[in-house]
Structure formats: structure tokens, C-alpha cells
Design a binder for this molecule. Structure first.
Ligand code: PMV
Length: 318
């Protein structure tokens, strides 16, 4: 029997992390800037190696032949095929194993992170080295299968190691004045990014002036926030987050479960809290004063009914 992953073809590993949007979701779809942060507690690892037969996939959602993988794995398969095509090996058969701790459909970039890890592993297994732009385009190909017309924010940030400023498809590192501790609380309700993006588009047709003015304000908040992050002005960061949550509610992408956790976060001592990602479910991001208060805040959010809570520190960097 042939063995998998012989010394000559050991296979390759790809990794990516979760992200949270500090400010600017939805507004980025209309050309406004956004700031995103990596969530180091959550990540994906994918491993790819040449297959003996036609290739197997192993993930929490499915174990079996790639040819029989169900539709819900469409994004992963799109990522795999795009990477094989880029490597000039469109017909190659690989065994792919994926392990992820990022909950899906919670606004934490799960689909982009899985795609990024799979693409990196597949390219590596084919001995193909891609530059950043090629990687980005490949992740975007898979993201289009997931979300229709993604802004590229997720594709860029799941591979970033620090807070990033995202403007019209490009990222720049953001300087962070001091460690900032955030708590992320999951409503347990699946976020519906595609539906939320469509709802904003619809509202913009009905009320162009109202929606444009909210998007402008979100853009201005992001610009001011970049300064406030660079000086670690926690009060200002918190109040920008609160205002963004109000504006996102006004755009119709909030829901009762998100509001409930935002209120619980504020009652629990957060300096600011907002939905993060597409909305209509998913997660709330809250800024804590420091590590000790983050722990207290996490407990408060769990008691308020959060399905899961994570703490993530954005480290100070010039
Ligand atoms: O829900 P997520 O993590 O996929 O974030 C969506 C962010 C949006 O701005 C709503 C859409 C986009 O393409 O940027």
C-alpha cells in the first residue's frame, strides 16, 4: 500500500487567524475605511498532501472523498481549486485536513481564514510560492463564493498579525499606543452577512441621503479612531464603538441578541461595545479597561447568556 506524505512529498501546512472589525463594517463596502484587529485566540490550520487516490477532506463539517463533499463545503472547495489552478496543477488530487477553532458565521472571518489556510497548504503541497497579492486574490475568489461581493477586508486581515487600517482594498499597519484588551462575546445566533449587506444596499436605494450620511459618519469615526488607537485613548475608542453600534443599528444590521450583549457589556464596565462583522447575529466586541476588568466583563457576558466569550489583546506597537 502506498503511504501518504512520503519524505519526498511531505505535504504542507497553512495557517490563518480570526479577525474582528473594530470599526467600519458595511461602510467598507461603500469605500469608507475600516480598522480590524487579529483575534489570536482563534485560528485555523490546514494540511495538504498528495493523495493516493482522488483525494479526501477531513474537517469538523465533513470527512470523506472530496468528490462527494456537500454544498456547504463549497467555499473550501473553491479555495482548493483556485489554489490548484494557480499552481498549474488543476487536476491534482490532495488529501486535505482542516482544524479550526473559529466559529463559523459569527463575523470572525471564519470563511476567509479557512480559505487562506487551505490555499497556503495547497500551494505549499504543490511546491508553489505565492506572493501576498496572489494569495489575496485567491482568498477573494473563495470569499466571492461565500459572500457575493466581499470588500476584501476579511481576506486581508485573517493573515495580518496586528491591527490594520483597511482602505479601498489595501491594508496598512495601525500603530497602537498601549495594549488594548477586548472581549468578544458570541450571541450564539448565526450572523447573516450576505443578507445584512443586501439589506444595507436596499436601504440605500430607498433612503440614499440617510444611508450615505451614516456611512460618512462611520468613515469619519474610523479616521478619528486610528488616531485614538495610536494614543491608546480608551475613552475615545469606546465612545466611537458605541456610536458605530448605533449607526449600524440604524442601517438595519443589528438585532435583539446583539443589543442585549452590548447593554450587558456596558453594564459590566466596558468602555464601549458594538456588533462586529456583518451583523444580524454573530458577535459583540467590547473594550475593557485592562486585563483584570476583561475577566470580570467576560463573566458578566457569560451570565448574560453569551454562547462563548474570548479575550484578545491588541499589543501596543509603534
Ligand atoms: O461578517 P464578516 O466577518 O464576513 O464581515 C463582513 C464585513 C462587511 O463589511 C459587512 C462585508 C464586507 O465585505 O466587508
Amino acid at each position: 500500500m502506498a503511504t501518504h506524505g512520503s519524505a519526498a512529498e511531505p505535504g504542507a501546512t497553512g495557517r490563518a487567524g480570526a479577525k474582528a472589525i473594530l470599526l467600519g463594517e458595511h461602510a467598507v463596502v461603500y469605500g469608507r475605511p475600516a480598522i480590524a484587529i487579529p483575534v489570536r485566540a482563534l485560528g485555523v490550520e490546514a494540511h495538504a498532501r498528495p493523495a493516493d487516490d482522488r483525494g479526501h477532506l477531513s474537517s469538523t463539517l465533513y470527512h470523506g472523498p472530496i468528490a462527494q463533499a456537500p454544498d456547504r463545503l463549497g467555499v473550501t472547495l473553491t479555495a482548493m481549486r483556485a489554489a490548484l489552478a494557480a499552481a498549474g496543477r488543476p487536476g491534482a488530487a490532495l488529501d486535505i485536513a482542516i482544524e479550526s477553532s473559529i466559529p463559523a458565521e459569527r463575523g470572525l472571518g471564519s470563511s476567509a481564514a479557512v480559505s487562506a489556510a487551505v490555499i497556503e497548504a495547497v500551494l505549499g503541497a504543490c511546491g508553489f510560492a505565492a506572493d501576498d497579492e496572489t494569495m489575496h486574490e485567491l482568498i477573494q475568489t473563495a470569499e466571492r463564493a461565500a459572500h457575493g461581493a466581499p470588500s476584501g477586508l476579511d481576506a486581508r486581515t485573517v493573515r495580518a498579525r496586528q491591527a490594520v487600517w483597511f482602505d479601498r482594498g489595501r491594508i496598512e499597519p495601525v500603530s497602537v499606543g498601549d495594549d488594548l484588551v477586548f472581549v468578544i462575546a458570541d450571541t450564539g445566533v448565526r450572523g447573516r452577512t450576505r443578507e445584512a449587506v443586501a439589506a444595507v444596499a436596499h436601504r440605500r436605494e430607498e433612503d440614499p441621503r440617510g444611508v450615505e450620511s451614516a456611512l460618512d459618519e462611520l468613515g469619519e469615526l474610523a479616521t478619528a479612531l486610528r488616531r485614538d488607537v495610536s494614543t491608546a485613548d480608551r475613552e475615545a475608542i469606546g465612545s466611537a464603538m458605541n456610536r458605530a453600534h448605533e449607526l449600524l443599528n440604524g442601517l438595519g444590521v443589528g438585532d435583539a441578541a446583539l443589543d442585549h450583549l452590548v447593554h450587558a457589556a456596558m453594564a459590566g464596565g466596558a468602555l464601549g461595545a458594538k456588533l462586529t462583522g456583518g451583523g444580524r447575529g454573530g458577535c459583540v466586541l467590547a473594550l475593557a479597561r485592562d486585563t483584570a476588568s476583561a475577566e470580570e466583563l467576560g463573566g458578566r457576558l457569560t451570565r448574560a447568556g453569551a454562547a462563548a466569550v474570548w479575550t484578545t489583546t491588541v499589543e501596543g506597537v509603534a
